[in-house]
Structures are given as structure tokens and as C-alpha cells.
Design a protein around this ligand. Structure first.
Ligand code: E4P
Length: 297
């Protein structure tokens, strides 16, 4: 867990350089932006109309889950979200896998709306095609930056990936903190916790727990510390690429992201629905409502 005192002057300074989230008069004008992590317009629309979110992130899994069964249906679904959210950003993920096909698909998606942000997997290309160029994602981000198309580098699991994506020109990077936490909850063995395997780069070391964070080795909060680490590096070097905390699972992780200095938090609709709740709030409401009955006489 973080110590709020760790919120360094460099991070504060970096946040001050970021675009305002709300109108100048709004008390939380400089707060991190909140996005819905969904492709379901029925979830997104009420949250947007209520001013709870000001952006959306989607991915192929979410688009399929929302009911799209073809590329055409996916584009129609995404266009509807782009129109609703405009001019706020909506991340649309590439599904093509070669640089040429990815760039063509990026053009196609960017043409759906001027608020489209093209989501590019930062790596992993060799898991689909062993002959693929491992730098495919970075090269596509670079080319799209040259074309002035905004990108979101996705599937980020360590600070190196985040730095290289920023260096390629990504508008934002998406560390998946919840998946790190899931992985550690499933695989970490406290007693036999491995040492820091950061410097093992062989394929067999790919899933060593401590690959995720350089600072402090593997712990249950490694996902949150990963975001803190990326924000710290970006602040130190004045990198303006936004840090979009993704794969958030619960209110504790949401708070950790606020303490980490994330620029954007993307949150599933089901988690957003519970952010105003707490068991003691429920008890307090029940007591107040019971006592307030006297005033309805
Ligand atoms: C981010 O943009 C992704 O869509 C998302 O946060 C992934 O989250 P998951 O781990 O819940 O699938």
C-alpha cells in the first residue's frame, strides 16, 4: 500500500501540466479522468449523461461481449459510442497483426470519429506468429504518431514497455494492474517468492512474478506499484504520455490509482456502480432514514 506522502512534487508538477478534466470552475477540474471500460452503450450512456465518465476504452473481448459478431457490427457499435461521447476519447483496439494491415485498420477506425484513439497492443506479436517482428506495435505507434493519430499502447505489464511506447509517440499507455494482481493472487508463493527476475530476459522467464515491477519485487500490490513506477518515471523525465490505469477490479485499487498519480482510470461499469457504497454508509443511511421518519409526521 502507498504512503500518501510519496506523492512527489515531480508527480504534482506533471499533473499540473496535463489538460483539465472539467470546466475551469469545477472543483475537481484537475482530477484524473474516469473512463468506462465497456463496449456496451446501455452501460455507457447513463454514466456519461450523469457526468460520471468522460471517455471510454474498449477491446475485442468487450466488443464481442457487447454482442458484435462481425467486423461490420463491431464498427457500427463503436461508431455509436464515438458519436455519444464526442469530443471525449474512445479507445478502439486494432485486431490486425501485421504492420501494413494494422495501419490500414487504424485509418479505418480513425475515420469513424475524430475522438477515436487507436489502441495498439505494445507486444505479444510473436505469440501469434513466431516470425512476427516483436517491435510491430511500437513501429505502428510511431507511424500513427507521425500521421497525428492518437494511440493508446495497451497490454502494458512493465515500465520498460510503457517507456518505449511513450518514446514511440503513444498518447497514453495502459498498464493492466488488475491482471497483475490476479496473476500474483493465483501464482505467488510467499515463502518461495522468487528474487527479482527483471534481468532474466529469456522466454522461460517471461512469467516470473517480479518482472512486473522494478521496485520492491513481487507483492500482492505489484499492479498498483507498477502504475506508480510508470508515473514516477514519466514525471522524472517530463513525459506527457498519459498513464491510463486499466483492468481495475475494486475500490481499493481505484484509491491506489489516485495515490499513484494515474492520469486516467478506466473502470468497468459494474465497479463504477458501487463506488458510492460502503457497508458503514449503508448502516448509516438505514439509521438516518429510520430516525427521519419522525419528520414525515
Ligand atoms: C483496458 O483498456 C482494457 O480494456 C481493460 O482494462 C482490460 O481489463 P480486464 O483485465 O478486466 O480484461
Amino acid at each position: 500500500m502507498f504512503n500518501p506522502a510519496q506523492f512527489s512534487p515531480a508527480i504534482q508538477q506533471r499533473r499540473r501540466g496535463m489538460p483539465l478534466t472539467h470546466d475551469q470552475r469545477h472543483p475537481a477540474r484537475a482530477a484524473p479522468r474516469i473512463f468506462a471500460d465497456s463496449a456496451n452503450i446501455r452501460d455507457i450512456e447513463p454514466l456519461y449523461r450523469a457526468g460520471i465518465i468522460n471517455g471510454v476504452t474498449t477491446n475485442p473481448t468487450l466488443v464481442k461481449k457487447a454482442g458484435a459478431n462481425s467486423w461490420q457490427q463491431a464498427k457500427e457499435m463503436l461508431t455509436e459510442i464515438l458519436i455519444l461521447l464526442a469530443p471525449n476519447p474512445v479507445s478502439l483496439e486494432l485486431t490486425a497483426l501485421t504492420p501494413e494491415a494494422m495501419l490500414a485498420q487504424a485509418q479505418e477506425l480513425a475515420a469513424l470519429g475524430s475522438n477515436a484513439v487507436i489502441k495498439v497492443p505494445v507486444g505479444g506479436y510473436r505469440t501469434v506468429d513466431t516470425n512476427a517482428d516483436p517491435l510491430t506495435g511500437l513501429k505502428v505507434i510511431r507511424e500513427l504518431w507521425q500521421q497525428r493519430i492518437h494511440t493508446n499502447a495497451t497490454l502494458v505489464f512493465n515500465t520498460t514497455q510503457a517507456f518505449w511506447a511513450a518514446n514511440a509517440g503513444a498518447s497514453c499507455v495502459s498498464p493492466f494492474l488488475g491482471r497483475v494482481a490476479d496473476y500474483l493472487a493465483k501464482h505467488d508463493d510467499e515463502l518461495g517468492s522468487p528474487g527479482n527476475s527483471l534481468y532474466q530476459t529469456g522466454r522461460e522467464a517471461r512469467f516470473h512474478n517480479t518482472e512486473y515491477v522494478a521496485c520492491g519485487g513481487s507483492r500482492q500490490d505489484s499492479g498498483s506499484r507498477l502504475v506508480q513506477e510508470i508515473v514516477t518515471v514519466f514525471a522524472h523525465y517530463d513525459i506527457r504520455t498519459e498513464v491510463l490505469a486499466a483492468s481495475i477490479r475494486n475500490p481499493a485499487q481505484l484509491t491506489e490509482m489516485l495515490l499513484a498519480g494515474a492520469d486516467i482510470l478506466t473502470v468497468p461499469a459494474a465497479i463504477l456502480a458501487g463506488v458510492a457504497d460502503h457497508p458503514l454508509t449503508d448502516l448509516g443511511m438505514q439509521a438516518f432514514c429510520a430516525d427521519a421518519e419522525v419528520f414525515s409526521r
